[in-house]
Design a protein around this ligand. Structure first.
Ligand code: PGA
Length: 251
């Protein structure tokens, strides 16, 4: 049985004051016991969140890491080893906002994935197609290439210590959600792609759905057989809404 995971991606949001308020809200939540929960604040707030959530069953992750795991002369970047030292347990790699707006290539995503694992962080590999690619019937090809680049470079076994997040770009922050059936189709394809190399790894890997997940649509999405939780953006900035999404993953 795969344990559901709900991850809150706070993106470039928050001040020390608003983060303190959000931590306070998260501390009040009644969380279902069978669900893992993680939040991904901006780098500046990682320590505040790690300290603020002490004693809670909630992990803290980062939204990105540098290509190389070790510290070094690389102005403005944060190494996976530094994230680990700060108390992070996970890190997002290949979020579509970074792939599309900052030009991150599959090759860079592979290096970040490897850097994260070399520092005992769990990479959350984000994949997904744009609207144009979906309309051109290229969804499976695009997602297959994004997942395949990691499999080819690092081997399928690395997914025993990783999470995948399928996030159709057209559903991110738009209020448009993939239907449970649309999402299930892609999740099943990702799992089949991994199963072709290693059935056990494929059975164990958690594949999250992301893209306008909210309390109102979470239960339906999480009810699909290959959807093992969610990567939640906007709705994770509201503790009550996020709590309701976490409970939906436990039901
Ligand atoms: P959203 O973002 O929930 O605001 O659509 C999801 C994500 O980008 O991880």
């Amino acid at each position: 049985m795969r344990r559901p995971l709900v991850a809150g991606n706070w993106k470039m949001h928050g001040t020390r004051a608003s983060v303190a308020e959000l931590i306070n809200g998260l501390r009040q939540l009644a969380m279902p016991s069978g669900v893992e929960v993680a939040v991904f604040p901006g780098c500046l707030h990682i320590r505040q969140v790690v300290e603020g959530l002490t004693g809670m069953r909630m992990a803290v992750g980062a939204q990105d890491c540098a290509l190389d795991p070790a510290q070094g002369a690389l102005t403005g970047e944060v190494a996976a080893s530094q994230l680990q030292d700060a108390g992070c347990r996970l890190v997002l790699v290949g979020h579509s906002e970074r792939r599309l707006l900052l030009g991150e290539s599959d090759e860079w995503v592979v290096r970040k994935f490897a850097a994260a694992q070399s520092c005992s962080l769990i990479p959350v590999l984000c994949v997904g197609e744009t609207l144009e690619q979906r309309e051109a019937g290229k969804t499976l090809e695009v997602v297959g290439r994004q997942v395949g680049s990691v499999v080819e470079a690092l081997g399928v076994e690395v997914f025993a210590r990783a999470v995948v997040a399928y996030e159709p770009v057209w559903a991110i922050g738009t209020g448009l959600t993939a239907s449970p059936e649309q999402a299930q189709e892609i999740h099943a394809a990702i799992r089949a792609q991994l199963a072709a190399k290693d059935a056990e790894v494929a059975r164990g890997v958690r594949i999250l759905y992301g893209g306008s997940v909210k309390a109102a649509n979470a239960a339906e999405l999480f009810g699909m057989p290959d959807i093992d939780g969610g990567l939640v953006g906007g709705a994770s900035l509201n503790a009550d809404e996020f709590g309701a999404i976490c409970r939906a993953a436990g039901s």
